[in-house]
Write a protein that binds this ligand. Sequence first.
Ligand code: 8X3
Length: 264
Amino acid sequence: MGKTRELTGCRALITGASAGIGESIAQTLAASGVNLILMARREDKIKTLAASLMKKYSINVDTYVADIRHKDEVEGIAKQIIDSKQSLDILVNNAGLARGTDKLQEGNIDDWEQMIDTNVKGLLYMTRYFVPFMLQSSSYPQVINIGSTAGIQAYPGGAVYCGTKSAVGFLSDGLRIDTVDTPLRVCNIRPGLVETEFSVVRFKGDKDKADNVYKDIEPLYAQDIADTVEFVLTRPTHVQITELTVMPNCQASGTIVHRKGAKQ
Ligand code: 8X3
């Protein structure tokens, strides 16, 4: 029987750490004594979060402002982190977004590019620039990619978002295959409906439309996904959870959701 993996003293990099699932993961890992590197576009948010986590948990937290769509920014940050000569044990590729619900044949190309550049290319840049360093610096490295139930089954108006999240699944599998002769563990966590800024971003600030997504249901909360991440990370090191789908109890698949008062 293997021992639960101890996280205290590990170092984790989280993208999209300024809010929602990323922020909850940062809070949860900090409470387990993990030193953090927070990456996001919003400097004020990650700086405030870092200050509060350092004070509350006596851990080290570094912050880097970056848009992972920009390869040079990711490369520059990787250089600084590698030069710091501290290990990197955990990479949480959490940054991602959905934009719009247009039919594919009428879709907004700028929206497509933003989703593909962040959810797929940004994740690839992070993987390319950080995984070799993790393999070299950590005894038990782990990559967690935040995918989605949208990557299992397409839904109306979600073709490109679903396509990007389906790509996250295959990129997770590909990385696991290409590093099978190393200690790296790779997990694709696929959340269903989680109430965060996700829908406000998708509907470009239209709060009413966003609220409708979670109307008459109890969705998941960001903390539920952070708890899942912690569960995956703390399995004994010979155990690799390759993918995990987490939905609220009212959801049965990407498209089947029971709303209070509705007839099935
Ligand atoms: C988010 C899940 O169903 O809102 O990745 O697309 S869904």
